[in-house]
Ligand binder design. Structure first.
Ligand code: SAH
Length: 219
């Protein structure tokens, strides 16, 4: 991966990323594959240049269109829960945003699909991702509430926006043994895990979280 020289130094260097990974570890993230992916993906390339020096702080940052890039710890935890130590084949992300989460997932799963409802944001994600030359990631413009039936079933589905209730299509598009990680709720939200087991769907509430809302329809 080649970075423009002025973007590979200082607050955006590999050392800064190593420190971010050390903090993730302190916060309890232990999946080495997830930590390695987060060490590799240059998060500063996914935010506005004016914010690049803050890219490795553990905070959400604005990406335009009233949306945010998720906090690194949130991304790490969601992927860790979705993976659960398994090898992931096909994975769906709902809410591409700037493309950061998709880039992390693409280092972990064989095949990644990511869907975004705001077309200009999807174009920005495409531009951000181009430099990384990721071959196993497909981006789609559409309403993530409906999932992506043409690519289903998925071993894991990660939703990066909070839904009032779990969209039925996403449950239906889970493979056997598949795991869906989704923030559920409006005023207060809970990160929720839905697993498709031999005896049906099992739901577990994981933690209180705060996400932008999952909207209906295309933007
Ligand atoms: N994955 C991103 C997080 C983006 S924030 C990251 O790595 O930073 C959540 C995104 O979900 C926003 O871009 C928002 O536009 C998108 N979103 C909201 N409702 C959606 C829907 N119904 N379908 C697809 N994307 C949606």
């Amino acid at each position: 991966m080649s970075l423009a020289p002025n973007r590979g130094i200082g607050m955006t260097s590999q050392r800064t990323r190593d420190r971010m990974v050390a903090r993730l570890r302190e916060c309890g993230v232990s999946d080495e594959l997830v930590l390695e992916a987060m060490r590799d993906v240059p998060r500063h390339l996914f935010v506005d240049e004016a914010l690049a020096s803050r890219a490795y702080e553990d905070s959400a940052l604005p990406i335009g269109f009233e949306q945010t890039i998720s906090q690194p710890l949130t991304v790490a935890r969601m992927v860790e829960v979705a993976r659960d130590g398994r090898e992931l084949g096909r994975v769906l992300e709902v809410g591409t945003g700037c493309g950061y989460g998709a880039a992390v997932l693409a280092r972990i799963a064989k095949e990644v699909y990511s869907i975004e409802r705001i077309a200009p944001l999807l174009e920005r994600a495409r531009a951000n991702l181009r430099a990384l030359r990721i071959g196993n990631l497909r981006l789609a413009h559409g309403d993530g509430n409906r999932g992506l039936s043409e690519a289903a079933p998925f071993d894991a589905i990660i939703v990066a926006a909070a839904a009032p209730r779990v969209p039925r299509a996403l449950q239906e598009q889970l493979a056997h043994g598949g795991r869906l990680v989704i923030p559920v709720g409006t005023a207060s939200q809970e990160l929720t895990l839905i697993e498709r087991t031999a005896s049906g769907l099992r739901e577990t509430r994981l933690a209180a979280v705060r996400f932008v809302p999952l909207r209906m329809g295309k933007g």
